[in-house]
Design a protein around this ligand. Structure first.
Ligand SMILES: C[S@@+](CC[C@H](N)C(=O)[O-])C[C@H]1O[C@@H](n2cnc3c(N)ncnc32)[C@H](O)[C@@H]1O
Ligand SMILES: [Zn+2]
Length: 362
């Protein structure tokens, strides 16, 4: 966690914010390990005497999460997993724990997302027919729209990238706009990779070849304006920031990953300033493991006026202030973009993602 980001963004206690709507700032209560201007291990505290919740900073990532106990118990394995094992031991562990284990799922996620985000910088990036970088290309398409419709390049203030995973989109924002940028996600192994990249300039990840066979890839990644970037573990549905804290937001391919997409759009609008743009892409790959069916945007009720389609349902939500909040996101433009997720060396899933540019209105 960069001290500069903590001081500028002044995160608030997500527990107090959810319970009372009041904003109690967090303070850095303990620093156990530092690396330059990064806190690698430490504790943040809520300043309200009757709350005093603690939020740990682990491997450079602050965990500012409302249900911190639930999160830690669900993610204890991922958080305490050591990452200094030699590739041969990592491989043996993978075989022993087997397909479908938490270890295996973490490696698959790291493999898929890190490949699309960073393989263009890997001298042995296994560049075949499918080019890495699909998410960043889609992001730039959205940012071009935001520059045209909302003069994003002329706006000042921090930007937030929600559901950043291993972080290339967050770096891309800082490179393009030269401002303070924060990536937030809930996947600890992905945030740990992004945070380590900030401190060491190195990407290190397991790239899946076939089955449980992974090749460890490690390479240098020089990312312009990386000193403006930080990565925090925060829940997109309970963002620990004051209203209007950010000048722009992006959220690539995560609207269909949250428990309530409508509430997420409301939460995103509330942390944005007035007239601030939001670039959102979504492949509408609905699944009940992430989102209860009742909360999907389209994808059901084929007999209804929208025929079950997701695009008109999202358009409607972005036109009518569905969450009935003071500030909401209003649709400005939309496009179709390609997004690819590499599964293994012989399989890549190709999505068509719906890109929308929206802007907050009051
Ligand atoms: C399909 S991935 C997309 C990752 C990346 N934006 C991209 O396009 O390559 C969705 C991401 O959203 C994150 N996510 C899901 N629910 C979240 C939540 N409630 N708060 C923050 N991040 C969340 C996941 O951990 C995952 O990294
Ligand atoms: Zn509190």
């Amino acid at each position: 966690m960069r001290i500069q980001h903590f001081e500028t963004l002044q995160p608030v206690c997500p527990v107090c914010k959810a319970a009372t709507g009041r904003l109690h700032p967090l303070v850095i209560a303990d620093v156990t390990q530092e690396d330059g201007r990064h806190i690698v291990q430490g504790i943040l505290h809520c300043t309200l005497a009757t709350c005093q919740r603690e939020f740990p900073v682990i491997d450079g990532v602050p965990l500012i999460i409302r249900d911190i106990r639930g999160y830690l118990s669900e993610n204890a394995f991922q958080i305490s997993l050591r990452d200094d094992l030699a590739p041969v031991l990592e491989s043996a562990l993978g075989d022993c724990l087997g397909a479908g284990s938490t270890f295996d799922i973490c490696r698959q996620h790291l493999s898929s997302y890190t490949w699309d985000h960073y393989a263009d910088l890997d001298p042995q990036g296994e560049i075949g027919d499918i080019r890495p970088g699909s998410m960043v290309r889609a992001l730039h398409q959205g940012l071009d729209l935001a520059d045209t419709h909302c003069s994003l390049a002329e706006r000042s203030g921090p930007m937030v990238d929600i559901g950043c995973s291993v972080g290339r989109s967050t770096f891309a924002l800082a490179e393009r706009y030269h401002g303070l940028t924060l990536g937030v996600d809930l996947n600890f192994p992905m945030l740990r990779l992004a945070s380590r990249l900030l401190r060491t300039g190195t990407v290190s990840y397991p790239r899946r070849r076939v089955g449980l066979v992974y090749d460890r890839r490690e390479f240098h990644a020089a990312l312009p304006n990386a000193d403006l970037v930080d990565f925090w573990a925060c829940d997109a549905m309970a963002l620990p920031f004051a209203d209007g804290a950010f000048a722009a937001a992006t959220s690539m391919n995560m609207l269909d990953c949250v428990a309530s997409p409508v509430d997420f759009l409301g939460a995103m609008a509330s942390v944005l300033g007035s007239g601030a743009p939001a670039v959102i892409t979504c492949p509408y790959d609905w699944s009940i493991s992430a989102t209860p069916m009742e909360c999907w945007i389209g994808g059901h009720s084929q007999r209804g006026p929208e025929g079950g389609a997701s695009e008109p349902a999202l358009r409607r939500l972005l036109k009518q202030n569905a969450s009935q909040s003071r500030k909401y996101l209003h649709l400005l433009a939309e496009q179709e973009v390609e997004w690819q997720v590499r599964v293994h060396s012989r399989s890549t899933m190709c999505y068509k993602s719906h890109l929308v540019l929206a802007q907050t209105q009051e």
